[in-house]
Design a binder for this molecule. Structure first.
Ligand SMILES: [Zn+2]
Length: 278
């Protein structure tokens, strides 16, 4: 694990060791974390390191969305306020009932690259929710969380205008094909989210994606261009009465980065098509 000091008062892990990226904003009187990754011992180390380094205490964990690689470290923040959107909370409650069964969690543990990553895993749920936006103010510093949807219905970004850092979660997969195949993924909301991140760029120096490395605006512009191309193509072909098969074949030919997992591209394009054709 390598802890990056993004700038004074902002730290992150983006080397993949925690699967989903994680970050910490050090505010005047407290530390606010974003996402908890999927490696419990490393998340514990990350929290301890920053608390020791700054002499401040963690108060809050913001969760961008419900996927396991962003919430399976929540137990490290059991003493904190854990805040997420209502939609993400709802998805976590559903996951707890259906997908995060003890048997399934055993599978996750077995499949983890590092066998210690999920040892002692216990699902810790959010303690507070918001509908569209949440703001935390500490002295002169504000941390703003806004739900946009896109990757999932509850997907939210966390933004600190004073520190000029925006944590985008899985609406950004820098330099790789995104995962957009989840039931609530929506390419139109996704586009608006990317436009919103870019609109804020006069106040942002660092974008932290859910996966991949920290960047300026270039990967966002690249992804937005790609997404626009795919959506325009699909909409036009749907209007022309083309078949699903023809449309997906053409969409597949638009060039972009390869996905982190082989099956992601087909499933994502299919999901985007389903949303646009309904
Ligand atoms: Zn995700």
């Amino acid at each position: 694990m390598s802890i990056e000091r993004v700038r004074e008062n902002v730290y992150a892990i983006t080397d993949g060791s925690t699967r989903g990226n994680v970050c910490a904003y050090v505010l005047p009187t407290q530390i606010v974390f974003v996402d908890s990754g999927m490696h419990i011992p490393l998340m514990k180390k990350f929290r301890e390191y920053i608390e020791k380094e700054t002499g401040k205490k963690a108060s809050t964990l913001f969760i961008t969305h419900e996927h396991g690689d962003h919430v399976f470290g929540n137990q490290i923040f059991e003493d904190c306020e854990i805040i997420t959107s209502e939609s993400t909370n709802k998805a976590m409650v559903e996951a707890l009932e259906n997908n995060w069964t003890p048997e399934n969690l055993e599978e996750w543990k077995k499949n983890a690259e590092d066998s210690t990553a999920l040892e002692g895993l216990k699902i810790v749920m959010p303690t507070k929710t918001f509908a569209e936006e949440y703001e935390l103010t500490d002295g002169e510093v504000k941390v703003i969380v806004r739900r946009t949807g896109g990757h999932t219905e509850g997907s939210s970004y966390v933004y600190c205008p004073q520190y000029k850092v925006l944590f985008a979660g899985d609406n950004l997969f820098n330099h790789s094909f995104p995962w957009g195949g989840t039931p609530t993924a929506n390419p139109l909301k996704w586009i608006r989210a990317l436009q919103e991140y870019l609109y804020l760029s006069i106040n942002i120096e660092h974008y932290i994606p859910g996966h991949g490395s920290i960047s300026g605006t270039e990967p966002l512009e690249e992804f937005l261009e790609y997404l626009n191309k795919v959506i325009t193509l699909m909409k036009d072909m749907i209007a022309e009465g083309k078949t699903e098969e023809e449309i997906l074949k053409q969409a597949d030919e638009i060039e972009y980065y390869p996905p982190r997992r082989e099956e992601w591209k087909d499933l994502t394009l299919k999901k985007w098509y389903d949303v646009l054709s309904n």
